[in-house]
Design a protein around this ligand. Structure first.
Ligand code: UDP
Length: 376
């Protein structure tokens, strides 16, 4: 059997591209080296709770086309991400907003908060050159020390001075009493879990699980006219230019015989000493209810530990510092030479994409591919 497209990776990019290709009447084969679909958005049911096996995923976007698209494959609930920060037992609201400023300094009005931050940001002169300078310039030193420094250094395993400023710009800073972590117009979690969403995307498409394309190149390389590759870009080229660095994450999951462990989906541990970065309590992504709307008696929590990626680990985050960005640029030049391979997703393009951007890029890649077919 010959295919039009071989899609390597059944994560969001691969699944969206596959769906679009099938809609255009293309013959598609999807491979994934894991034994399940969904990539890192995969969810698994435990005691009626959809457990985000590879960490919390909250869909949020300003892109109406993307939102409408995902809503044709799943119904989204009204979950709003409002993580809580725990700094040595002191509880702060996230993202940085008037509740945070009030708890930190006792200020009540936006003007008082702005004055306080303006005084603290004076230590940064000129354009912020790294994450530490960017953070202090946004929210001042007190918040940097208690809510950013420890968490960031645990998450990235690097000093805040050695990290790019853009990472912290992902977080909103608000002079209003608003604990919504995202500025996006649309936000929610697919009811029934992400696996259901991806399953719907892949409906009617041949999927082979537990197959590592890179280990079976001989068998698969010529099986299709084109390949969509969503695995690590450096691994595709057998690391010939060097290895890119990734951050990996490890989870310790626990099923607890209690209705609530922490009363919130996400609690970030922002001090340096606590070994985990955050604890996720999965039931709160769906308001503590099962599929029939009944309260769940038990709960599943996951402690998240961040680590440097080594071969054999799951890569999660690209490390977009100067060294790695320069190396990726070289790999990117290699990818451009291959006219029959499309590289996509976080790993295929070594980019810290949110889910909506990933969906958007897959729709765009498909539109380019099927130009004239009005795919997007
Ligand atoms: N961050 C922080 N303190 C927090 C939460 C986030 O300093 O309590 C910083 C940290 O540097 C992190 C970045 O903000 O890498 C982006 O956080 P986000 O929650 O967007 O990361 P993700 O959920 O993608 O891991």
């Amino acid at each position: 059997m010959h295919y039009d497209y071989l899609i390597v990776g059944a994560g969001l990019f691969g699944a969206v591209f596959a769906q679009q290709a099938r809609e255009k009447g293309k013959k598609v084969l999807v491979l994934d080296r894991r034994n399940h679909i969904g990539g890192n958005v995969y969810t698994e049911q435990v005691e009626g709770i959809n457990v985000h096996k590879y960490g919390a995923h909250i869909f949020h976007t300003n892109n109406k086309v993307v939102w409408d698209y995902v809503n044709t494959f799943a119904t989204f609930n009204r979950f709003t991400n409002s993580p809580v920060a725990n700094y040595k037992g002191e509880i702060y609201s996230l993202p940085f907003n008037m509740y945070t400023f009030n708890k930190m300094w006792g200020v009540v009005t936006p003007q008082e908060a702005a004055d306080r931050i303006a005084r603290q940001r004076q230590e940064i002169t000129g354009e912020p050159q790294n994450l530490e300078e960017q953070a202090i310039s946004l929210v001042g030193r007190d918040i940097f020390e208690k809510l950013i420094k420890g968490y960031t250094e645990k998450q990235w395993g690097r000093d805040c001075k050695d990290l790019p400023a853009f990472i912290i710009k992902r977080l909103p800073v608000r002079y209003t009493y608003d604990n919504n972590y995202f500025n996006a117009l649309y936000q929610g979690i697919p009811i029934g879990g992400y696996t259901k969403l991806v399953n719907n995307l892949l409906e009617g498409i041949e999927v082979r699980l537990g197959v590592d394309y890179l280990k079976h190149r001989d068998e698969y390389e010529n099986i299709a006219d084109k390949i969509v590759y969503t695995g690590p870009v450096d691994e595709f080229f057998d690391y010939k230019l060097g290895t890119l660095e990734y951050r990996s994450v490890r989870f310790e999951n626990e099923l607890l015989d209690m209705p609530s462990f922490q009363g919130n989906a996400a609690v970030n541990y922002t001090d340096r000493e606590t070994p985990w970065t955050r604890i996720i309590e999965h039931k709160w992504f769906e308001f503590g209810k099962d599929a029939n709307g009944n309260d769940l008696p038990k709960t599943v929590i996951s402690r998240e530990y961040s680590s440097e990626w080594t071969p054999g680990d799951e890569p999660y985050y690209p490390v977009n510092d100067e060294k790695n960005s320069a190396l990726y640029a070289k790999y990117k030049a290699e990818t451009a030479k291959l006219t029959n391979v499309i590289f996509g997703g976080r790993l295929g393009t070594y980019s810290y994409y949110d889910m909506d951007v990933t969906v958007d890029m897959a729709l765009q890649a498909a539109a380019t591919e099927f130009a004239g077919n009005n795919a997007y």
